[in-house]
Design a protein around this ligand. Sequence first.
Ligand SMILES: *Cc1c(COP(=O)(O)O)cnc(C)c1O
Length: 321
Amino acid sequence: MAIVKSNAYGHNLKNLIYDIDNLVDGYGVVRISEANLIRKVSKKKILLMQGVYSSRDLKSAKKNNYDLVVHDQLQFDLLEKHNFFKNIWIKVNTGMNRLGFNNKDFKRLFDKSLFDKDFILMSHLACSDNPKDNLNNIQFSRFDKVASIIPKRIKKSIANTGCLINFPEFSFDWVRCGIGIYGGHFSDDALITAMTLRSRIVSIRKVQPNERVGYGGRRKLSKEIKIANVYIGYADGLPSSLADGTKVMINNQEATLFGKVSMDLVTLDVTNISNCNVGDWCEFFSPNFSIKNIAQFNNQITYDFMTKISPRVKRIYKELD
Ligand SMILES: *Cc1c(COP(=O)(O)O)cnc(C)c1O
């Protein structure tokens, strides 16, 4: 199952569906508007991963044949009210403590209302990108425990990208792969960043020792350096919190962020880059320069960078060569 919520993690949902529709068995989204958009172009399974919260949305899900996650009793009551139990995924809380039935509540629900129904048992992992975290084992064992009280025919799903890579033995019947599709997973260098974020240098200047650069004068110079201004800022989705020293690529050479990101500009130290001119491209991430670099250096997650590129940024969607 390709997880394509939030406009396919910022990659253009519609174009992506055209490209991958014959590669996947289904799609996972959160908003019903995203499901509706997919249904126009695909007949595959579409899972609303947080289910529905109103009769209106339930009717729409029914009409379009969406799968529904049920994560609490209120959602289950809604299904009962409409006597609709097709394609439901029952979510159990195994330790993330966000959504899902606790084991006891699940057992009560199963005995009372689910024993004669078909459904998929699902849960979500909190630490799958860190295989050393013991919470993974706790979650797997709680999931096993719930699975042991239901019939064997019931299908199961717990894996997101991190689980697929670090614990493939827990793939069960459905895997829900999101960030891996877009190449934003940290621990597998074979996955290539799909998105490029780049802009051009609009000015270059020399700055003298003891001068300060950018808002707040965050950086003070001890020696003369060469500063390049690139035409992109926090209004484009580059966090204003980016740290000095964050690496970027200009003409296949590394430059570093120097001073605070402004609304429309960012200042870089390009002293050591030979041959860099106004009009040259500066890449923040790309297939050749993993999105891991900017995320890890700033203690952030790649998801954040992909999903926060703002509407004013010109987007070009290219198929793979
Ligand atoms: C977003 C999401 C996923 C995908 O997670 P990735 O880490 O991007 O692979 C899987 N399952 C659920 C319930 C999600 O919300």
